[in-house]
Unconditional design. Structure first.
Length: 217
């Protein structure tokens, strides 16, 4: 009988983190009011990034890419940034990059997005140069949706993986107060929903440091 040693591992890991907050109802109301106010003022102007036709959001309203939503001078936005976004980013980077995470000073560049009945997002990734992670926080989700309405669907980067027992796609059913972090190259899309309701999120890309600072990761 031959002696041998097996070493079996799964290559190309895709690290996804879901953190569900249970005590964010009041904060979410404030954030939704901010986003809804921006939509009411700018939806039909060039301050709606959807109008640019350069993004994959189909319908609804999205804040301009030239503005970092988390830099707006508002106590509720700053509380959200400091108490929800930053702690989750630190946990994710420590898990995903191990000791290399200590070399960065993560800077989230964010935008707000609001969808209504029939609106959706086409398949896309977040390929901006330097991005080390991407994330999404669910401020408002319509009640009583039937799966997959309003869900975010991730497309496996290895399309042959289903041969080995892995699903072709991974679907996340969002809940208010949920924050999801994932690699920027992980392609995903958002299903439309049929109810007369609102789906509001704050999405962000994580840079290794604030723009303007020299850094090599």
């Amino acid at each position: 009988m031959h002696n041998f040693k097996d070493d079996i591992e799964v290559h190309v890991p895709t690290t996804v983190m879901q953190r569900q907050h249970e005590d964010t109802d009041e904060l979410n109301r404030h954030l939704l009011n901010i986003i809804a106010d921006l939509e009411s003022r700018y939806k039909d102007t060039d301050q709606n990034e959807v109008k640019s036709q350069t993004i994959t959001t189909m319908g609804g309203y999205q804040t301009p890419t030239k503005i970092n939503f988390l830099d707006l001078d508002n106590k509720h936005i700053q509380s959200f940034r400091n108490n929800i976004v930053m702690p989750a980013i630190e946990t994710y980077l420590q898990h995903h990059f191990k000791e290399a995470a200590e070399q960065v000073s993560p800077y989230p560049n964010a935008w707000a997005n609001i969808l209504h009945k029939g609106d959706w997002q086409a398949p896309h990734a977040h390929p901006s140069p330097g991005t080390i992670a991407s994330g999404c926080y669910y401020v408002k989700m319509p009640k009583g949706l039937k799966n997959p309405e309003g869900c975010i669907e991730f497309i496996t980067p290895n399309l042959e993986s289903w041969h080995h027992g892995f699903p072709y796609n991974r679907r996340v059913e969002p809940k208010e107060g949920m924050l999801v972090l994932f690699p920027p190259w992980y392609q995903h899309y958002v299903h439309p929903f049929k109810k007369e309701d609102t789906r509001a999120i704050i999405a962000f890309d994580v840079l290794p440091n604030k723009p303007g600072m020299d850094f090599i990761f």
